[in-house]
Design a binder for this molecule. Structure first.
Ligand code: CUA
Length: 337
């Protein structure tokens, strides 16, 4: 097979859900399992009906052909045929009604189970913006709150209540391994519950066209053990570490006193901008620019030097930093683990 064909086939397989980090066919949470269940039920019921339709069609064709030979069909035969068709139609209608009843009952039960909101020990507020996700872990105790971006962490086997909001246009939060799609709508909040059942890394995607960079609005999700999750939260609560080398110190100076701080916050410094992602622990994340690039110093440099080259239309401005300053900024940001 030619390489182009192989990659096209691989693409199809990914679309078909063989890619386990972003697949509705590989549920890793109670809610995704319920949705997968109704999908399988619909597939069986509709597949069975479809096969029946094809079987009857084949039978009708075969019967018409076999009648062609005998031109004269008696009066009695026609009446018998009519009675047969009436009976078959009655049976067919009953079957369709039964199939629909099964589907309605299934959808109703899944809907009820998705709407069921028990007490959730984890409460997260996700606010969508063009084109990234602001993530806040809520807590009655302000010292326990955590703000991060584009990477959601959840502990396995603990229900999480996720409140979804938007600051600009309608987005849609969709992590297929964990739950179905839910819109984030300006001026209102939607709430879903996710109870992850398997430790692992998953990928979500904005599922509502929201402008130029809609396709580059991804979210990384890490389902961790409760111990691992608590440790992550402790690390995220910590303020940014102080820069060690002269270059890192210069980088911090540029970030804190320059244009960066107008949009980005670094806890523990005076940078307190809110319109871009919180950078306090950016170097601990898997990717930057909402999943556009895997995290690395080179990716950071490329993104800061030319945001429009990575995400055309993105709201991150060109800072015009000199190469040495850019290097210092990247050296500083890389300490923000
Ligand atoms: Cu946000 Cu599409």
């Amino acid at each position: 097979m030619r390489p182009a064909r192989i990659s096209a086939l691989a693409g199809l397989l990914l679309l078909a859900g063989c890619n386990r980090v972003q697949s509705a066919l590989d549920p890793a949470a109670d809610q995704a399992r319920d949705i997968h269940g109704i999908f399988v039920l619909m597939l069986w019921v509709c597949g069975f009906m479809y096969l029946l339709v094809l079987a009857f069609l084949a039978w009708a064709l075969w019967r018409a052909r076999s009648r062609l030979g005998s031109l004269a069909v008696g009066e009695g035969q026609v009446e018998a045929d009519d009675r047969g068709i009436e009976g078959a139609m009655g049976g067919w209608t009953a079957l369709v009604v039964l199939g629909l009843l099964v589907l309605i009952t299934g959808s109703f039960l899944v809907d009820r189970s998705l709407a069921k909101a028990g007490a959730a020990p984890i409460r997260v507020r996700i606010t969508a913006q063009q084109w990234w996700w602001n993530i806040e872990y809520e807590d009655p105790d302000p010292s326990q709150r955590v703000t991060t971006a584009n990477e959601l962490h959840l502990p396995v086997n603990r229900p999480a209540e996720i409140t979804l909001a938007s600051n600009d246009v309608i987005h849609s939060f969709w992590v297929p391994n964990l739950h179905g799609k839910e819109d984030l709508i300006p001026g209102r909040t939607n709430t879903i519950q996710i109870t992850p059942r398997r430790v692992g890394d998953f990928r979500g995607q904005c599922a509502e066209f929201c402008g130029l960079q809609h396709t580059n609005m991804a979210i990384d999700v890490v389902v961790d053990t409760p111990v691992g999750f608590d440790a992550w939260k402790v690390r995220q609560r910590a303020e940014a570490p102080a820069p060690m080398t002269a270059e890192q110190q210069r980088g911090q100076q540029i970030v804190v006193s320059g244009a960066c701080s107008l949009c980005h916050a670094v806890q523990g410094t005076t940078a307190g901008g809110r319109s871009g992602p919180d950078l306090t622990h950016i170097a601990s994340r898997k990717s930057i620019a909402a999943g556009a690039l895997p995290y690395s110093k080179a990716a950071l440099a490329a993104w800061i030097a030319d945001p429009q080259g990575v995400k055309p239309g993105a709201n991150m401005p060109i800072t015009g930093l000199k190469p040495a300053d850019l290097q210092a900024v990247v050296a500083y940001l890389d300490t923000l683990k």
